[in-house]
Design a protein around this ligand. Sequence first.
Ligand code: NAP
Length: 314
Amino acid sequence: MPEEIENVLIIGTGCAGLTAAIYTARANLNPLVIEGSQPGGQLTTTSEVENFPGFSKGVDGYGLTDEMRKQAKRFGARFTQGFIKEADFSGHPRILKTEKETYRARAVIIATGASPRLLGLEAEKKLYGGGGVTTCATCDGAFYRDMDVAVVGGGDSACEEALFLTRFCSKVYLIHRRDELRASQIMQDRVLAEPKIEMVWNSLVDDILGADQGAVSGIRVFDRVKEEKREISVKGVFIAIGHIPNTKPFAEALPVDENGYLLPEGKSQIKTKLEGIYAAGDCVDHVYRQAITAAGMGCQAAIEAERWLAEKSF
Ligand code: NAP
């Protein structure tokens, strides 16, 4: 067990965690950043980020987070790989455990983000990854060149995935459970104007076909209005139905809402009910969930941690 007590332990390396790392490193706090299973966070699965201020021509998600990481390192942030499984916030220092390591820290910034929600179908489990079911068009889209695919969801992510896939695929079915998209107007307009995208409204994915063969061969959808099922032949299924916050290890020590999002204390966006413990980005924010707002929250959390540490004069 490392005997040293970290000033600040940052959990997560998405926009929130990396921004917190930049700020706490620049404040000479020598932060230790725990990098989980998806370094760079959700942005690394986005093709092009068009709305992060400062990039008039857009920027690719991986490149943006990689630059943030380098920026944090430049000021002395340290990174280590691990997955926090347990948090003991009952005393000081705070104790956090991965499978192999135990960390002790004065201040903690939780920036663990959120993971893709899945449909919960048996076939989805079997075909996830190599079998043709995925949650990342940027990562897997090119495998479906000249093929028909389906995207499930009606938000910005689903629209973005569908639009991205039109670069490779012959046809993209966008399966949405209602008759109106949730996505921002600009994304709706683009999707509805794209000839390669066919909307499948009011429909739920009832099953993914091909599990026995180990490769997607189609989907069966249930039209909730017509109350009928039909099969659509596709080779890939891209699930984009939102996310689940990665807060399980903290959910006993800190209050969470009914969907698992950490609950901020009072009017603050980033303070938790425990002093010196902050939450930033998609693990706490279910309203805005943007790269820029996550970065902003990471900045706020870092400044609060810095002030709190100075006040306590540890
Ligand atoms: P989201 O906005 O929560 O949308 C999830 C979509 O999936 C909704 O259309 C929802 O349907 C549908 N859905 C949820 N559970 C489902 C289920 N079990 N079966 C079928 N459909 C289901 O999630 P998101 O699209 O990932 O976006 C998350 C946040 O990131 C948003 O704030 C979004 O604006 C932001 N974002 C922005 C950009 C961009 O600006 N370029 C890109 C990606 C994401 P209902 O509509 O019926 O609820």
